[in-house]
Design a protein around this ligand. Sequence first.
Ligand code: TXA
Ligand code: MG
Length: 347
Amino acid sequence: MKIPPPPENQTGLSSEQQARVDQATQIITAGGTVAFPTETVYGLGADATNPNAVQKIFQIKQRPTHHPLIVHIGAHSELDFWAQDIPEPARQLAEYCWPGPLTLILQRSRHVPDAVTGGQNTVGLRMPIHPVARALLSAIGPHKALAAPSANRFGRISPTTAAHVQQELGTEVDCILDGGPCEIGLESTIVSFQDRIPHIHRPGGVSIATIESVLGTTVMHTHDCAPSIRAPGSLPAHYAPQTPLSIFPVPQIWQQASLLAEQNQRILVLTWSDSTQPVTRNPLIEHFAMPMEPKLYGKHLYARLHQFDQAGFDCLLLETPPDHPHWLAIKDRLQRASYRSVDNPQS
Ligand code: TXA
Ligand code: MG
């Protein structure tokens, strides 16, 4: 089932959209799976309290069952239902950033089934702001939640449109709710609380500056500490297109492109700066200019990777992002996507 996007300039849901959400709610309640839009990326959701339904997510995604799923909730009041022993900084972040692109890793309550957490004693909680996600969460009711990873196969690029989900999982998911292209386009920021101290576990939709200003303190990254939390988003090879992808600064990116083109490879160079191909043009090298502004770059990155992954290039070369906090989440995703790169062929 494919559901059309909302009419433009409409803030609430149309009656038609609400009807689609109601259908999706019935599917969730009956133990099925629904792909739904969030402000970050599309999620593949099922009733978090139904282990059989949660199991379907792992099957569809082909994800190892010990990797935990984020539990999406519809109201602030649900925080204490799904988590316990909540540190004060977590409450402050939830108060300020929810609904929005922030996930908190907290001690789970007895209401969270093992199937969701992969047996860990923590749960990832997030309250999305996308109107369709909110309508779905509101319709499934209190003390119900959507366990949902990004709606892509394990290790692949997250979907930012309903068409991406349709392409990859269309035959397996029971329903795809179309809420248009995702506004942020990169996954949520994840904050964990080892020893009750906040750590950035994954940079994302909420900036580190915002988190630090809410908490009034600087916050460390988990990679600065011993890894103790299992999370596929923290594996080196993740968020990857099938086409090998490498990162180079300008001007080396053009030299690398020439080298590969000499080996008869068809190359796409994606730059964010106004760098253009040097005068000696090679027909095997194409150039695409990404936005210079990090919010726009982030919004379009996955859609471009989806698009160019199917365009028959032998290699994608991306310009190294600027060393600036606003580019942190982009840098993180590009590093992971480039893990199996031409300069690192053994990985
Ligand atoms: O923006 C997002 O976060 C999107 C949308 C759909 O909400 N979701 C998403 O889910 O990116 P997923 O599963 O693709 O990535 C969530 C990350 C994974 O790395 C997962 O292992 C981690 O969060 N995670 C979830 N629960 C966790 C837990 N209890 N402990 C540690 N990591 C956890
Ligand atoms: Mg994912």
